[in-house]
Design a protein around this ligand. Structure first.
Ligand code: GLA
Length: 732
């Protein structure tokens, strides 16, 4: 049993393979958090808590003169508000009489087999209910009809605990939620650092590690999307934690909109993490009898470094988050025309690129932005999802037929959530955009945002894209989103409900993409938001891959993909070989190095292969052939980062090891070659110590134990950004 209740002590204990989580309903019905960390069977962690009068930390009503008893110092599972805990709250509720208050007490729990769903939201699923369990704890406010149902999903084998909250109004008057986080956890002891992933357009998810000061550290997005700037995934780690040693906790919301993870180190050194949707511009009207569901957050803990934590998240995403059949299925090697033609193309120009690509082994052709409406540049056309016959005479079929003759499949770019003022859709439906009354809107790429909270908008978009998919043989969709949200206001909601829009927008996106992905399960969907502006576990529930960044420079991509890998597996990262000098940086790298980097994602090309020399074309042919040989290892293998963050300046090394240890692919790119430099030496991971491995290129033989303990020494490197791939195959 992974969830245990001991009625005498009123302890609730969750066990995963290597972790334990414990809480306690105390004699006053406060739900105390007792422990989260390495597995400890049979422990009763109540002994850890010692209470003293701390001064200026008040006492609950029934304990009003027990000065050592304070919510302000008590570790909790989900906090109330304005009732004596002065730290960052999980919830803020305003009652009909105007009072801000919630004093939550334990009112019971239930334990069920299997995982749980959250209406309208992505949630970790379990195809075999034997493998997971759910605990639901109910907390009730002492003086109102407000209650919270706390969900805990235990994925024992994955070392992951999912959390979410359902907020319920059983009263007769509306309650206003001004904050509704998914989860709160208090770590009373220990010295922790925060590792978070910040960035910008073209440089997403850069790890930044900071010590916690006695303050609130907040990782957040107010952009209406999870954002290039602050990924919702965060880690708390001990100061000595490295890739293969040390303690760390991960918090990963399944949420693609405004998010906030607050980490507060309080005056006693205790650390609180509150994570979920952002409370900025949020006010939910919870009517009588209504329920509000927060997004789910995946908690995970590792006692042995960041790599193990990443493996836990990678497996969770592989088996319990991504619904697409393409998680298991081999993905086609694709070519995308964006960096080759931008919007300036015709059927013939596209087929010309496709012909060369097919000849070299590419399997899928993706037509990017520019195929619809009056879309000659990015000032017009979004919203008009009809083929531009000037560029594509006769519609899509001549192109698709031409591709079929080449043995290629067809994919297409869409940006459903956006609209240009210069479009037939805007002329017909100006009220469909997000825009505050009597204010000019903010433009970004000269486009506006459709009100995804509206059913009529979603139905229109559904008809456009379901129609397209029904009518044509389309194997792949790239779902883009190219601006942040501002002027968040819906014409379809009354003034008092406008504070619901940041949440309703994301639910609208999930609804539309959920319908389309369910109805067209054989279509491969790739998410995108100006590259990796919405790279999060919420979107991965619908799309098994996301375009990682608009920066296709191989050397920049090393950092982007490395940072992304802390939370998300390589098979989710869209990565392409593009032209040199690179269009974002002007840097030149070898074809080989570009291939090594792109192969560690979903692999494809984004250039006009006709423009290559014949020797470069030969290289592409070999590259694709090699990729197909190692593709299953890359897609299904265990990914290991082989360098620490502080080595990343000079080189980047990573490995894919087969789950059965039958082979491994080591990749190394040197970012900065130096004269007379120390040799690069790495230890391999994930091999069988007792097996012998052959290095494919040289046929040299090594034992697994030697490669994992003695490691491998690379020769001296020379030139700009050299790289190597070493494939080790089990010999016996
Ligand atoms: C975004 C995407 C690019 C491309 C363009 C098209 O920036 O990230 O890959 O599709 O839009 O407008």
């Amino acid at each position: 049993m992974s969830i245990l209740y001991s009625p005498g002590e009123r302890l609730l204990t969750l066990h995963t393979r290597h972790t334990t989580y414990q809480m306690h309903a105390d004699e006053h019905n406060f739900l105390r958090h007792l422990y989260y960390g390495a597995r400890a069977d049979g422990a009763d962690f109540r002994y850890l808590q010692r209470n003293y009068d701390r001064g200026f930390s008040g006492n609950p009503p029934e304990l009003h003169n027990d000065r050592a008893f304070s919510l302000d110092t008590m570790p909790q599972e989900y906090t109330g508000f304005n009732a004596g805990d002065f730290r960052v709250p999980a919830l803020c509720a305003v009652h009909a009489d105007g009072s801000y208050a919630a004093d939550f007490r334990y009112a019971g729990h239930e334990i069920r087999p299997g995982s749980y769903d959250l209406p309208g939201l992505p949630a970790a699923f379990d195809r075999d209910p034997e493998n997971s369990m759910t605990l639901i704890v109910t907390l009730r406010d002492t003086a109102s009809a407000l209650s919270v149902r706390l969900y805990y999903g235990v994925f024992e084998e994955r070392d992951v605990i999912t959390r979410a909250a359902e907020i319920v109004n059983d009263g007769e008057r509306t309650i206003f939620l001004e904050k509704a986080a998914s989860a709160c956890v208090d770590l009373s002891f220990g010295d922790w650092e925060l590792l978070h992933f910040h960035g910008r357009h073209c440089m997403e998810r850069q790890p930044q590690r900071v010590p916690l000061s006695n303050a609130v550290h907040s990782v957040e997005s107010r952009r209406g999307m999870s954002s290039h700037h602050h990924n919702p995934f965060t880690i708390l780690c001990a100061p000595d934690t490295r890739e293969y040693a040390g303690e760390c906790y991960g918090f990963m919301p399944l949420w693609s909109g405004n998010h906030k993870t607050e980490v507060e180190k309080d005056y006693l050194g205790s650390v609180r993490v509150v994570t979920g949707i952002h409370d900025s511009q949020f006010r939910w009207n919870l009517g009588p009898g209504e329920h509000f569901y927060t997004p789910q957050v995946l908690f995970s803990y590792s006692a042995s470094g960041f790599s193990a934590l990443s493996h836990q998240y990678h497996d969770m995403i592989r088996y319990h988050i991504c619904r697409s059949e393409y998680v298991q299925k081999r993905r086609p090697v694709l070519i995308n025309n964006w960096e080759a033609t931008f919007m300036n193309f015709t059927t013939e120009r596209l087929l010309n690129i496709a012909r060369q690509a097919a000849e070299l082994g590419v399997e899928l052709f993706v037509m990017d932005d520019g195929w619809f409406g009056a879309r000659d540049d990015d000032n017009a056309g979004l919203g008009d999802w009809v083929v531009n016959e000037r560029k594509l005479p006769g519609g899509l079929d001549p192109l698709i037929d031409g591709l079929k003759e080449l043995g290629m499949r067809f994919g297409i770019w869409i940006e459903p959530e956006m609209i240009n003022e210069d479009s037939d859709l805007y002329r017909a439906r100006p009220e469909w955009v997000l825009k505050a009354p009597n204010r000019p809107p903010m433009y970004c790429r000269n486009q506006l945002v459709l009100d995804m909270s509206r059913q009529d908008v979603r139905d229109y978009l559904y008809d456009c894209f379901a129609g397209l998919l029904r009518k044509h043989d389309i194997s792949y969709i790239k779902w883009d989103m190219n601006r942040c949200l501002a002027d968040v206001y819906s014409n379809a909601l009354p003034p008092e409900r406008q504070g619901e829009m940041t949440y309703r927008y994301v639910l609208g996106v999930y609804d539309l993409i959920g319908r389309l992905t369910r109805e067209f399960p054989h279509v491969l969907f790739e998410g995108c938001a100006g590259g990796g502006g919405r790279f999060d576990a919420g979107m991965l529930y619908y799309t098994p891959q996301i375009w990682c960044s608009d920066d296709t420079d191989a050397i920049e991509r090393l950092d982007i993909q490395h940072g992304t890998s802390f939370g998300y597996p390589p098979f989710t990262m869209g990565a392409h070989v593009s032209v040199c000098p690179n269009q974002q940086t002007g840097r030149s790298t070898t074809f080989y190095t570009r291939g090594v980097v792109a192969m560690s994602g979903t692999f494809g090309y984004e250039l006009d292969l006709n423009r290559l020399s014949s020797s470069e074309k030969d290289e592409v042919r070999l590259q694709i052939a090699y990729f197909k040989k190692v593709q299953s290892l890359i897609q299904n293998g265990v990914y290991y980062r082989l360098n620490e963050l502080d080595e990343q300046e000079r080189y980047c090394a990573w490995e894919f090891a087969a789950p059965d240890a039958s082979e491994a692919l080591v990749n190394l790119v040197v970012k900065h070659v130096q004269a007379n430099a120390p040799l690069i030496h790495i230890r391999l991971r994930g091999l069988d110590p007792d097996a012998t491995y052959t290095l494919e290129d040289t046929q040299e033989r090594y034992s697994g134990a030697a490669l994992m303990n003695g490691g491998y020494t690379f020769p001296m490197f020379w030139g700009d950004y050299p790289s190597v791939q070493l494939r080790f195959l089990r010999a016996d």
